[in-house]
Unconditional design. Structure first.
Ligand code: FMN
Length: 339
């Protein structure tokens, strides 16, 4: 029988520091943590006040973000020499409880061989919306990224030139729709923050990228047509390297799994010195999301288009330090608790 570990404050702090470093849509950080003092289980809840009702009405992107945070929690537990036992959606009566993590004891020799480079990559990973050099990523690294997705229960497909063009065209179509949708642009704009703004959420303008001078790369335009926020255009890489992350089912637990797979892939890339950015726009329109699925593949539910390559680092985004109130006996989540 596995022993249960008491989570002292230092362990909880290190787990949460790793969790909140995860990527999240518009840097909404849509998670909250709580510790059940009896079971010593760390609970990961959704944060209903940090959702995007127009961009993400089904909360799919929120689940992806929380899944990425859960993956970081697992790595941090292993880094502490503890074995994490993760349950997704453990309680049907509490839909806002997205995952629980229980540390069940010490790792054995095999577990300890799990890649320490991934944990270190957590702090180094940042979204880079800058042009990349176009230098091809060696095949063994791409294969490792695909294995990472597979190990987390997802699939990573790296298309050839024609397939890449098709995915970028669909992303560009989604981006055009987003820009034309005034309420969506207004929603996005509320998550863009001025330099020096004292807010732990959202994306500072310094972390936004330039538009592509060749208008080929459909990066998300977070400036929402505000000329004051727009940077001068730069030339993006001609040969774009992208990968499509998908799962074979499309339930809520698959979205959480896809989020874990996303983070596994991003950290694998980071550990190899790659930069990454995310092109999620097509996933936000049901018809365009359906059109991104892989021709000839049954049961392919796409979740993210990942751009990867060599290039400059991205600008920093802020985080709210993870806090972990102790769960009062049988109390439901309240909106007054912070992340
Ligand atoms: C589900 C999801 C969707 C995202 N979509 C986009 C996107 O379309 N364009 C983009 O530039 N960044 C996108 N991001 C990246 C976030 O903006 C980024 O993770 C966040 O601002 C935190 O910054 P960091 O990744 O540098 O830590 C997405 C992230 C997630 C998890």
């Amino acid at each position: 029988m596995r022993t249960q570990t008491r989570l002292d404050a230092a362990i909880v702090e290190s787990l949460l520091a790793a969790a909140v470093a995860a990527p999240s849509i518009h840097n909404t950080q849509p998670w909250r943590f709580r510790l059940d003092p009896d079971s010593q289980v760390l609970e990961v809840h959704s944060a209903p006040e940090r959702t995007l009702p127009l961009t993400d009405p089904m909360h799919r992107a929120q689940y992806l973000s929380v899944g990425a945070a859960v993956f970081n929690l697992r790595l941090a537990a292993v880094h502490q020499g503890r074995r994490p036992e993760v349950r997704l959606l453990p309680d049907p009566h509490e839909p806002g409880l997205l995952a629980t993590v229980r540390l069940t004891g010490s790792l054995d020799a095999d577990d300890q061989s799990s890649d320490p480079g991934l944990y270190e990559a957590i702090a180094r990973r940042h979204t880079s919306r800058m042009p990349f050099t176009g230098r091809p990523v060696p095949e063994p690294i791409v294969a490792e990224m695909a294995s990472a997705a597979h190990a987390a229960g997802a699939r990573l497909h790296v298309p050839g030139i024609t397939g890449t063009r098709r995915l970028l065209r669909l992303t560009a179509a989604a981006e055009a729709r987003n820009r034309a949708h005034l309420d969506r642009t207004a929603e996005t704009r509320t998550w863009i923050t001025a330099p020096g703004a004292d807010t732990p959420y959202g994306i500072p303008v310094t972390a936004l990228g330039p538009p592509d001078a060749a208008a080929r790369m459909p990066m998300r335009d977070f400036t929402c047509a505000l000329p004051a926020l727009r940077r001068p255009a730069l030339w993006f890489e001609r040969h774009v390297q992208v990968a499509l992350l998908s799962t074979s089912h499309d339930r809520r637990e698959d979205w959480l799994r896809a989020g874990q797979a996303l983070q596994y892939v991003l950290l694998t890339a980071t550990a190899h010195g790659l930069r990454t950015s995310l092109l999620h726009q097509a996933m936000e329109w049901p018809d365009l999301r359906a059109a991104t699925d892989l021709p000839g593949h049954k049961r392919c539910h796409p979740h993210m288009l990942i751009r990867f390559g060599y290039g400059p680092d991205g600008g920093r985004t802020p985080r709210t330090p993870g806090q972990c109130p102790v769960r009062a006996a049988a109390s439901p989540a309240t909106d007054t608790e912070t992340s």
